[in-house]
Design a protein around this ligand. Sequence first.
Ligand code: OTU
Length: 666
Amino acid sequence: MVQSKSPRATLAFWLGSRSASAHADPGFLSRLGFRFEAIAELALRLYGPRLDDRDAFMLRIADLLAEAHASRPAELRSADAEREARIALGGSPWYLEPGLAVYMAYLDRFAGDFRGLKERLPHLERLGVRLLHLMPFFPAPEGNNDGGYAVSDYLGVHPGLGEVSDLVETAAELHRRGMYLAADFVLNHCSDEHPWALAAKRGDGRHRAFFHIFPDRSEPDRYERSMPEVFPETAPGNFTWVPEAGGWVMTVFHRFQWDLDWSNPEVFVEMLRAMLVLANRGIDLLRLDAVPYLWKRVGTECRNLDEAHDIVRLLKACADVAAPGLAFLAEAIVQPSEIVRYLDSGGRGECQLAYHASLMVLLWDALATGKTTVLSRSFGEETRLAPGTGWISYARCHDDIGLGYDEEKILRAGFTPRAHRRFLLDFYSGRYPGSFARGRLFMEDPRTGDARISGTCASLCGLEKAIEEGDEAAAALAVARICLLHGLAASLTGLPLVYSGDELGLTNDFSWQDDPALADDNRWMHRPRVGAEVLARASVEGTVESQVMSSIARFLRLRKDIPSFAPDAPFEVLHSPDERVVLCVRGSRTGGAVRPVLVAGNFSAEPLSVSFQALPSRIGSPARDLLDPDLSPRRPYAAPGDGHIELGPYGLAWIELLGDARLDDS
Ligand code: OTU
């Protein structure tokens, strides 16, 4: 091994040996100087033992960053500068802008392709979302490709969706409209048709080392002892025998998704290169798919290992040098206490946003039980976030609902964890007597009794059943449930996310069953197509589509102008005098001009009224319900502490409060 220099000496050597054009930009140079030591520390901690020449590796990274920055388009560089300046001036980072909301969609199902997307932008503007997350649009194998999550080329665009130039043009068009683009960085695995996998199958040694390939079962068996399964029903085990590769390949997800071996420095370099190219195409936010799985070690679950965090930090530090406007979203659907570890804390630079999977599950828990006990007790416990980070709050996404919350909390709320889980599964699959939901179990594991839940927001909220039974009153309740969940996602914390089709109340789409490529994955039932007819119905008053669309659009519009609903504004869950109601105060850390708002949600089909006298007087006194159509209080809130919050069936209120808004959430 070559004796390594200090990072400073390596950087000085790099500066002296590269041509001026490589480092012409003073902003780039100062960022590189500022971060180089951290980059070296992380890179050498992860890869040092496998490197013959550590200095050469660091020089390669510096070259890569310089090349990426040199080819970063001028508009993106000026957007970077603007974003940096805003933070320097004490403003919020772009991804925590007040009022920002997310829309998540499969490009083909929402708009056909990149060209068709342009015609759909007015719909997004009407809805009030400005951050568009397009699910993987990269080349992927024909047939089952896990909705594009089996990527065959990180730098290409799926031929059915357009070309690279269409992606670049889409990002530019969104930016012109004051919008942002998010894309997936599927970094844990690639498709078995990716050129790296093809080369590995041909026996190419360099590329075999990109994956975890074992000649016999001895290592796989050791791993299996402690590794859980992600898709036990359709993809049991974590390894696949691949005859062409002459070995067992680690495939944690599907057999056609090969886990990349991130302990190989060459994998890091190739993926860093891909990440920087994506950033230079105008992508503002990268969703780090399956991020907990990046690092594997025999004897562990191979999830949430420290090295996975180091990889994210290293990628982020590199992005901060070459594409500083880029932010990361953690897709870590794991235990609540583990999710927060992916968020940037203590300046260690990890992800800026994370899905609030715990809140999502708690909302569905409250809807099934009609009680907010578990929600009120659990929401907020692990959610104290560092400045500059935020949650994405949502009711549904393209994936199943996994009931991943702490059993301890269920116990404390007075339920038996196993029975409670069974109840929720029965409820949402419609088996429970009296259930309004029409979902299905996903990945049922008879050995453990575990399962997850599939179904669109509307079907899980009772709309499908109500329509089938021609029951208008039930349909109205279902619409109220959909609106309650979205209204809470818009007001409890973070940035709200609307999943494509949910804003129109679309029910389950069963066409997946007839398509052999999709037939063994019932998540497709909640990935409906948003056709022109359905969009047209949204403009016809009285239709379900227009009712849901206008309510969600109203939440998002009103929220924009409520300072205490800023994505990173603190919150405090109050003890509710009625177990059917959730109560949460939003405010600010500094108090002052920001008026606190009390969010109240009724998870029952009865109209309810909650007396202000039952609430702690320190929260202030009610001024007006911001959701009241004429913006006047439904009840005169005469004296401090006086008045009632009136909530219709599954109703929601945003009560502005008079008083000191200071909430201490440190
Ligand atoms: C993600 O989900 C994607 O969202 C899925 O659509 C993909 O199928 C999958 O990765 C593979 O790329 O288990 O049930 O903790 O829970 O990565 C969905 C993260 C999943 C995992 C998550 C995964």
